[in-house]
Design a protein around this ligand. Structure first.
Ligand code: ADP
Ligand code: GLC
Length: 477
């Protein structure tokens, strides 16, 4: 049994802004089920959705800050969560990283540096918890300082750093380095310095024993200039310790047979029952109720990564085709505005819900026929996995984890029984539109459609395999 400290800035259902939370809420649970002694550590944000009361465990003084460590349980699991409680940094409402306009909080470097320092104290058993980690598993730039700081320690635990998205690097002006009071040893171009800026993701990329990312294809892509954002050279240099492990999904939460957020449960053998969810979705969003028309769904952060601009460019053509399009998301105000304008122009064809809404997300997965993910890049992506589980055919751009998890419906893959979706290559509105038209043609071939739905529903997206791969990695180091 290994003692694993899992360091993340969000974990579902405690707090979530994106897929990192889904992973941090479900991988530790899967590792606990493999009999590992795993603890999750996250900041004690004001808006945590705890089910069990928080218990005070201890206090420690770190870099002149008096910090408490509290404990709660990750809801519906056996995983205990240590909460880093420092009110001046974490006790306020709202998003963990940005203000309502999407601007980063001005003290993010200080906030997450303190979080990392506390994680190091816990991992080294200097926090009076009587627990020393064998492995510290850090996620994204918010946890990047942990491997860097641990590299300065004797008898330190092994470290793994998982990249969920290379586009977010935790870059700050160089003078921040000095105000954070970090050892000078770490400040050099082979350390935390990146073109005279402080790069917190480099703490993970340079100093961890192993680097992983969330799909095999993305592990290759980030070693190229198009996806590496200037860090491709470093990643190529460390390719011997870099690997891609595909994310799993929490099949308790995403299960069309038991999902409490959908009106009609169904499985691969009773796909006709899925229709009731489509009708409920159309009713809820005030679209014409029509079981025959293909419904396209999209749930996403509305940012460039997700190909929202491609969707916007396609919309005039899409509105000329018999289909309905339902979108749930939030993000870039200009995308939000333009999408909403379209929905006002075509109230019978398109519905846009801005904001974050978990129940509606489940209903869209169950009620749509096709799920759109035209991402420009996608480290893993989770909605194409949820979609397959719900018999909703994903239409994706072939990149990152989308390429690894969706097999295009071509005559050969249909014949082999491996087709699970529709995919296209080029990041252009034309290519997306062609794929949408292919989907509509296929939708009319009811037997083939059902067959593809069933292929996806029968795939194993549980964490079991991937958690085993992480465990093997922990054992190797
Ligand atoms: P990313 O982490 O890049 O945003 P992923 O596909 O890995 O992309 O995960 C996104 C997660 O966030 C999914 O669980 C998705 O359903 C959820 N999500 C995104 N936007 C919303 C929203 N507006 N309302 C509800 N859930 C959302
Ligand atoms: C990131 C990526 C997404 C991935 C998620 C969880 O947010 O953008 O592709 O699924 O992390 O690993």
């Amino acid at each position: 049994m290994k003692k694993i400290l899992f360091v993340s800035s969000e974990a579902h259902p405690l707090i979530k802004t994106g897929g990192l939370a889904d992973v941090s809420g479900s991988l530790p649970k899967a590792l606990a089920e493999l009999s590992q002694d795993i603890h999750l550590i996250i900041p004690n944000y004001q808006t945590l959705n705890c089910q069990e009361e928080k218990r005070y465990l201890c206090s420690l003084r770190v870099n002149n800050c008096d910090v408490n460590i509290l404990e709660t349980r990750l809801p519906h699991t056996n995983v205990m969560v240590w909460l880093v409680d420092y009110a001046p940094f974490f006790d306020f409402a709202g998003n963990p990283y940005n203000d309502a306009k999407g601007n980063a909080w001005p003290n993010n470097a200080e906030r997450f540096a303190l979080f990392c320092r506390v994680a190091v104290e816990v991992a080294m058993d200097r926090a009076n918890l009587n627990w020393k980690a064998d492995v510290v598993h850090c996620n994204d730039w918010q946890a990047g300082l942990v491997p860097a700081l641990l590299s300065l320690e004797e008898h330190r635990p092994a470290t793994v750093f998982t990249i969920h998205n290379m586009a977010y690097q935790g870059l700050f002006p160089s003078n921040q380095f000095y105000s954070l009071n970090i050892s000078r040893q770490l400040w050099n171009p082979n350390g935390l310095e990146f073109h005279h800026m402080l790069s917190l993701i480099k703490g993970g990329l340079v100093y961890s024993d192993r680097i992983t990312t969330v799909s095999p294809t993305y592990a290759l892509e980030i070693q190229t200039p198009d996806f590496g954002y200037g860090l491709e050279g470093l990643l190529r240099h460390r390719q011997d310790v870099l690997s891609g492990i595909m994310n799993g999904i929490d099949t308790d939460q995403w299960n069309p047979q038991t999902d409490p957020a959908i009106p009609q449960h169904y499985d691969a053998h009773h796909l006709e029952q899925k229709q009731a969810n489509k009708i409920a979705l159309q009713q809820r969003l005030s679209l014409p109720v029509n079981a025959k028309i293909p419904v396209f769904g999209l749930i996403s952060r509305l940012v460039e990564q997700k190909g929202i601009d491609l969707i916007l460019d396609c919309l005039p053509d899409m509105m000329g085709i018999p289909l309905q399009f339902v979108l749930l998301g939030s993000g870039n105000p200009s995308f939000e505005h333009r999408l909403q304008n379209f929905a006002h122009l075509y109230p019978d064809k398109m519905s846009v819900t801005l904001g974050y809404n978990e129940d509606l997300a489940h209903l869209i997965e169950a009620g749509s026929d096709i799920f759109l993910m035209p991402s420009r890049f996608e480290p893993c992506g989770l909605n194409q996995l949820y979609s397959q589980r719900y018999g909703t055919i994903p239409l994706v751009r072939q990149t990152g984890g989308l390429a690894d998890s969706v097999e295009d419906a071509l005559p050969e893959s249909i014949a082999k029984g491996t087709a699970t979706g529709i995919s296209f290559h080029q990041a252009s509105a034309g290519a997306l539109l062609e794929a949408i038209k292919r989907a509509i043609v296929l939708f009319d071939h009811k037997d083939t459609w059902r067959y593809i739905q069933q292929n996806g529903m029968n795939k194993d997206f549980t964490w079991h395999n991937s958690a085993q791969q992480y465990l093997q990695l922990y054992n190797e180091i």
